[in-house]
Design a protein around this ligand. Structure first.
Ligand code: HEM
Length: 401
């Protein structure tokens, strides 16, 4: 049996060999520790993401009892209220309505307009890193860029931004497998504080609208539809959290992969036009979000295994992105890879709404680092965060010059 143990530091250090074993074993395998069905192949993950017999939630059609589950404890309610009203954890028709309203405020044009600002900010952050002769790529560049961009888009005043990262980290703890009571308590506290903060900010923007996304969400309406107050709070939190967590990790995972593959880094340094394909390849090679779950709403069958209503599926994005049936030499980092249908931004109705922004930010920081810090190198191997689903590093110490 493949050595799939998402709590084992050796597995976390490099989960890809275990994924290869899982794929060789078959298309679906029961994992008792989380009571989920693991799906490791690209073709299956890709099809299941588009399969309407599955859902991110079941609560639009069934009760917890119908699904043989117990309702979450009452003290976790602030987290669930926040989470369950964001589009990521909704299914149609609510998902369709909210995504359409948010898309009105979060358009490709909005992202296009941000280009000069994102590039300038990336340049400034890298200049400061170079001036110091090095530092921590995570806290000096990877983190401040997407946090500032999404905070700026939503119109969060600069003086209020310090708690955003800790709130987000505490809430995101709940997306790991089998979160502990302590993780839940932290997520609840963060949910209460974050919601209270946004409730006030939304009230202020109602009084005095600005040129920001929160004012856009307040104004967005569609054939009489509007976002409720709770949906607005949940949407703002989702955009703030999703808007930086994965991008921070993709940046440092990506640079560590480059430092570990010197020939590829040399090729990139010699030809900056590789940046767009490098961004895609690094997102594939070390997948920032490793696993996404779906509930079986109506029975499905995978390779002869019947998954009944109420079963939970865990789609292994990191494995799908290393499937040799789709990617030639998947364990090789190849920044020139042309055919790269990685699944890191998902597919189907929940496809990442922020993908164009993430791509812009990743390309901007990479370009700035290539141009302004051509001798950038690590000073020590980084330590890995103990998380599985949200894959990242604790930090990445570097020097320049
Ligand atoms: C490297 C960076 C990013 C990665 C890898 C990523 C990945 C993903 C994935 C995999 C999903 C869908 C999950 C599922 O199908 O269950 C998703 C959804 C989402 N992402 Fe991203 N994301 C990134 C950056 C961003 C950014 C910058 C934003 C910005 C605002 C954002 C906002 C969202 C939202 C709102 C959803 C929910 C969409 C829906 O449910 O319809 N993401 N993202």
């Amino acid at each position: 049996m493949a050595d799939f143990d998402p709590w084992d530091p050796a597995f976390l250090a490099d989960p890809y060999p275990a994924y290869a074993e899982l794929r060789a074993e078959g298309r679906v395998r029961y994992f008792e520790a989380t009571n989920q069905w693991l799906v490791p192949h690209h073709a299956d993950v890709s099809a299941l993401l588009r399969d309407r017999r599955l859902g991110r939630t079941y609560q639009h059609r069934f009760t917890h009892e119908d699904f043989g589950r117990t309702a979450p404890p009452a003290e976790h309610e602030p987290f669930h209220t926040l989470n369950d009203h964001g589009m990521l954890d909704l299914e149609p028709p609510d998902h369709t309505r909210i995504r359409r309203l948010v898309s009105k405020a979060f358009t490709p044009r909005t992202v296009e307009r941000l280009k000069p600002y994102v590039r300038e900010l990336a340049g400034e952050l890298v200049d400061a890193l170079v001036e110091k002769g090095g530092g921590d790529l995570l806290t000096d560049v990877a983190e401040p860029l997407p946090v500032a961009v999404i905070a700026e888009m939503l119109g969060i005043p600069e003086a209020d931004r310090a708690p955003l990262r800790p709130w987000s980290a505490d809430i995101c703890g709940m997306y790991e497998l089998n979160p502990s009571q302590e993780t839940a308590a932290r997520a609840v506290r963060a949910s209460v504080e974050f919601s209270a903060y946004l409730r006030e900010l939304i009230a202020a923007r109602r009084e005095k609208p600005g040129d920001d996304l929160i004012s856009g969400l307040i104004a967005a309406h569609d054939e009489g539809d509007r976002l409720t107050e709770q949906e607005m709070i949940s949407t703002a939190v989702l955009l703030l959290n999703a808007g930086h967590e994965a991008t921070v990790n993709a940046t440092v995972n990506g640079w560590w992969a480059l430092f570990s593959n010197e020939d590829q880094l040399a090729a990139l340094r010699a030809d900056h036009s590789l940046v767009p394909s490098a961004v895609e390849e690094l997102m594939r090679y070390d997948t920032p979000l490793q696993l996404f779950e779906r509930w079986v709403l109506d029975e499905i069958e995978i390779d002869g295994t019947v998954l009944p209503r109420g079963a939970e599926i865990a789609m292994l994005f990191g494995s799908a992105n290393h499937d040799p049936e789709v990617f030639a030499a998947p364990e090789k980092l190849d920044l020139t890879r042309k055919d790269n249908p990685h699944i890191s931004f998902s597919a189907g109705i929940h496809y990442c709404i922020g993908a164009p922004l993430a791509r812009l930010e990743l390309a901007a920081s990479m370009t700035a680092l290539l141009e302004k810090a051509p001798t950038l190198r690590p000073t020590a191997p980084p330590s890995r965060k103990p998380n599985f689903v949200i894959r990242g590093l604790e930090g990445l110490r570097v020097e320049v010059g």
